[in-house]
Design a protein around this ligand. Sequence first.
Ligand code: IPE
Ligand code: IPE
Ligand code: MG
Length: 251
Amino acid sequence: MINGIDMKRIPQHIAIIMDGNGRWAVEKGKERSFGHQAGVETVRRITSECVRLGVKYLTLYTFSTENWNRPATEVQALMGLVLSSLEDEIFMKNNVRFQVIGDLKRLPQEVQDKLQETMAHTAKNDAMTMVVALSYSSRWEITEACRQIALEVAGKVKNGEQVDIENLITEDVLSKHMNTSFMPDPDLLIRTGGELRISNYLLWQIAYSELYFCDTYWPDFSEEDLQRAILSFQKRQRRFGKTEQQVEENK
Ligand code: IPE
Ligand code: IPE
Ligand code: MG
């Protein structure tokens, strides 16, 4: 037990909507990008804490498709931060594998190269996988998956193959065509910064995730805040549509 946390029931996959950087900075009379910079420090702390607690996947919403609509100066500052924060030290020190999801072709070439390099360098690390969602939105991801499946089906039709739509298009097939196909669905989704919305993040994958919202701005989100979220998760009974009694009986 760490601070009351049951180490045998740690969520395998935690997804985080890291929100509140801008407001954190503005309240201090600083530029919004100062908040983003402080947010990178929180990523380091929370990554180490997740590894320490035995979390296997940490998925961080870093830049959404909709965030492309922010002022160019802020987008540039964010891209610069992504580049500078992808130093290997944080991954190698914690034995963390780095992965990325999103529409990467929209990112500056320099950022794309650094992402590929970091993924290659950390590919053998196995304590935890950290997934950064960049230029990502769930509707983009689902639309892409549908396009891919449609192309595959069209290819079969063209080749004169028998197409069995019932089996070609299933929930499992859709999941396998998602950008996130390499990881399990999140057990726990945390949003910092006080907003009670999902903002186009992992809509398909969070069908049965436990949701946790807190007012703390991301730069102030501490290891204790993470522990509080995990404790809240551990107090809940996940029923997946069954009755309380059924779940108790199957324990
Ligand atoms: C989250 O913080 C980080 C990104 C979306 C890039 P925000 O920049 O959204 O901060 P607030 O919500 O304006 O405070
Ligand atoms: C969601 O935050 C995206 C990220 C944290 C990367 P936003 O600040 O962009 O969300 P909205 O626009 O307030 O819903
Ligand atoms: Mg925000």
